[in-house]
Ligand binder design. Structure first.
Ligand code: BV8
Length: 243
């Protein structure tokens, strides 16, 4: 059994938002909100049919108003508030449920539904409501140059330096609700292992990288994450104060 950790990195994926009512990416039929991923989540798709891609993201952004964070988001926000060491939640999700649960030490490596990016002036900004093709940039006012601030396939995820830094210093890496199908996120467990971190996977079923984890807990995030957070905070309370 490993000791009580100091510095924690937590990776989350669509599975942590499933119990809030948001669809995950890889339903049985491999479709995602009735679309093939390559038809809506690539720069080519956007160049080919911007209206379709805007409809896809506008629908998902509107859905956010109908859902709430679940017990897993709330438990991570509590851990974030109470953990004395370093802690970083790296989410692949583009929903705002971690923030709405109160998480602060958080970054969205694949962008956010509630954000836009102007291709004229390159500014990024908050966005609520539909975007559509003709949206005007709130910064440079040019019409029709605003795209979803989402990292599509083939695009570079955000804040990779900060993520690598956190992984280099972590002694505990926890992956929650992700299939381990998409890189570079799916490779973070390797970096953590290489640095000697203890690795824990919490998922409904084994992910594609399950064999790389020292410890695995299977079940719904809404049940397993609060349990894990409770145990971790309990063990931290009972350890001698680190000098
Ligand atoms: C990059 C935003 C390089 C979109 C997303 C071969 C060909 C082409 C490309 C590649 C290739 N090999 C590797 C690549 C790169 C590619 C990639 O990895 N492709 C895969 C498919 C092979 N990666 C990229 O393109 C990345 N960029 O590599 O750039 C580069 C380098 C230099 C300069 C420029 C560029 C960018 C990837 C980001 C793509 N964008 N999202 C949007 O959201 O609209 S990815 C999208 O899928 C999500 O963001 C998420 O990251 C990803 C994986 O989804 P998951 O979150 O894991 O969800 P999933 O449904 O898959 O799984 C859910 C899990 O939860 C399941 O395991 C399930 O069991 C579990 N679960 C369900 N319910 C519950 C639960 N668990 C607990 N409780 C529950 N209740």
């Amino acid at each position: 059994m490993h000791g009580t950790p100091e510095n924690i990195v937590i990776l989350t994926g669509a599975g942590i938002s499933a119990e809030s009512g948001l669809n995950t990416f890889r339903a049985a039929d491999g479709l995602w909100e009735d679309h093939r991923v390559e038809d809506v989540a690539t720069p080519d798709a956007f160049a080919r049919d911007p209206a379709l891609v805007h409809r896809f993201y506008d629908a998902r952004r509107a859905r956010l108003a109908e859902v709430e964070p679940n017990a897993a988001h709330v438990a991570l926000a509590r851990l974030d508030a109470e953990w004395p060491g370093d802690l970083l939640i790296v989410t692949q999700n583009v929903d705002d449920l971690h923030e709405r649960a109160g998480a602060r030490r958080l970054l969205h490596m694949h962008g956010e539904l509630m954000s836009g990016w102007c291709l004229s002036c390159d500014e990024k900004f908050g966005w609520t409501g539909d975007m559509g093709e003709g949206a005007a940039c709130p910064v440079c006012t040019s019409p029709g140059a605003v795209r979803p601030n989402i990292v599509w396939f083939g695009e570079m995820p955000y804040e990779m330096d900060r993520i690598e830094q956190a992984l280099m210093g972590a002694d505990l890496f926890v992956s929650i609700g992700t299939s381990g199908a998409v890189y570079p996120a799916a490779g973070f467990v390797q970096t953590a292992r290489y640095r000697g971190a203890h690795t824990l996977e919490i998922n409904l079923e084994p992910s594609q990288g399950s064999i790389f984890f020292d410890e695995r807990r299977f079940g719904p995030a809404g049940v397993e994450v609060p349990k894990w957070v409770g145990e971790l905070l309990q063990s931290a309370q009972s350890r001698p104060m680190s000098s």
